[in-house]
Write a protein that binds this ligand. Structure first.
Ligand code: LLP
Length: 415
């Protein structure tokens, strides 16, 4: 739950606003986002890594108001498409603190980044470097994405550091080294540093240590001064009670220790570290409110069907993600239930085997925590369901920072 969330009787108070009020005022489903929690997570990164550049991975929560919070806290921004560049610039995010990323960039993505003057572009293929080389002028700073060959021990769909997948230049095959030299040869580009991201929802600091060790080995072998080392994001967030948070200070001590030690061994200058957290800053700040539409008794299970589902949260279907669920507004004797969505797929299950009052019924309000990251971002219009709003709460004040989609929005695209 977001920091400071409390019970008021059976109501849940988030950012000083009762969930029952939020549901009544903004409707359901509704994604609630606690501003203070987001800001305090952003500050925790700055405190743990005072000499590093902390770059918010905006794909986790692409929302102009959130970018403004990040800018105010002193973070940079990692965007991955022309659309995200447009959103960031519309929010007034300074271009000199934006990094364009993305494992496949179209020429529109590259042109948008160049037009807005983003500070660095992370390149991910030989084709891209050739295209960027001809589009760019004035020594555009680039970083090279390297695949370090490290297993992040996470879900296969979000593991990006192992060899033989689509991300980055392989360190083992020598492609990374080749690419460094190719960038250095391009007169319109300037090599700013190296980048690697081994995956998301990564629990083990050891995977990060090994990554840094390998990256410094590459820096030592390339014979070119590398000023910045972007270690990517991936810091895990706890989703269920009992799961622990990512040990940020442990990370900072161990990873910086390895970085300095390896640089000393290889006699290379220590590059400035960049990190790109997304989930670990925003996940815990989000709570989604749903209204129960129907309760269906199966042979062995009770299905509690809500007014949202995989269109606002595809993560259980995509990654087998697990969530806790709480009934808001009243108590009762608890019994196991399966919370399902409204979409026409058997896989549209939000949470299996959660405890809800045995008399849960239509009209009840449910709250699902840890929905701040990759929810608004991954939401779709499946079954032409309108995407929910994002409502920011702080000190008892609630305001929508992304409004609920309407049927007019849906119709606008069609001929
Ligand atoms: N940097 C790069 C280059 C990335 O690709 C990502 C995430 C991040 C940073 C931020 O990672 P984070 O700190 O948020 O773990 N939709 C999936 C997650 C996909 C992550 C994609 N890349 C999910 O809902 O679990």
């Amino acid at each position: 739950w977001p920091d400071g969330t409390r019970l008021d009787g059976a109501d849940l108070v988030i950012g000083g606003v009762p969930a029952t009020q939020l549901a009544a005022r903004f409707g359901t489903p509704c994604q609630v986002l606690d501003e203070r929690t987001v800001r305090s997570r952003a500050r925790a990164f700055l405190r743990a890594l005072p000499d590093a550049e902390v770059v918010f991975a905006d794909k986790s929560l692409p929302c102009p108001e959130v970018y403004r919070w990040m800018a105010a806290e002193g973070l940079s921004l990692d965007v991955s498409s022309a659309g995200e560049v447009a959103l960031a610039r519309a929010a007034g995010f300074p271009a000199w603190r934006i990094v364009l990323h993305g494992n496949v960039k179209t020429s529109e993505d590259l042109k948008a980044a160049l037009e807005h003057g983003v500070s660095r572009i992370v390149v991910d293929s030989f084709d891209e470097i050739a295209q960027l080389g001809s589009l760019a002028r004035h020594g555009q700073e680039v970083m090279i994405r390297v695949t370090p060959g490290v297993d992040a021990h996470t879900h296969a769909a979000i593991a990006t550091g192992v060899e033989d997948q689509k991300f980055g230049f392989s360190l083992a095959s020598g492609a990374a080294l080749e690419e460094i030299l190719r960038v250095v040869e391009q007169p319109s580009l300037r090599l700013a540093g190296l980048h690697c991201h081994i995956g998301s929802q990564v629990r083990h600091v050891a995977s990060y240590e090994e990554t840094v060790r390998r990256m410094v080995g590459l820096i030592a072998s390339c014979g070119v001064r590398i000023e910045q080392l972007d270690r990517g994001g991936g810091f895990c967030a706890p989703y269920l009670p009992g799961e622990s948070s990512f040990d940020l200070f442990g990370f900072s001590q161990r990873v910086l220790g390895v970085l300095h030690y390896e640089c000393a061994v290889h006699r290379v200058p220590v590059p400035r570290l960049l990190v790109e957290p997304g989930r670990s800053i925003v996940a815990n700040a989000g709570v989604t409110l749903y209204r129960v539409c129907a309760v269906k008794r199966g042979v062995t299970r009770t299905f509690v069907a809500v007014d949202g589902g995989m269109s606002d949260n595809p993560r259980p279907a995509l990654y087998g993600a697990k969530y806790a669920v709480r009934l808001v507004g009243r108590g009762g004797k608890l019994r196991s239930a399966t919370v399902v969505g409204r979409h026409c797929e058997a896989g549209d299950v939000l949470a299996e085997d959660v405890l809800l009052p045995s008399d849960v019924h239509s009209g009840d309000l449910l709250a699902v925590p840890v929905t701040g990251a990759y929810h608004h971002a991954l939401a779709s219009n499946y079954n032409q369901v309108c995407r929910p709003p994002v409502v920011a709460v702080r000190d008892g004040v609630a305001r929508p920072i992304a409004r609920r989609e309407t049927e007019e929005d849906l119709l606008r695209r069609h001929v």
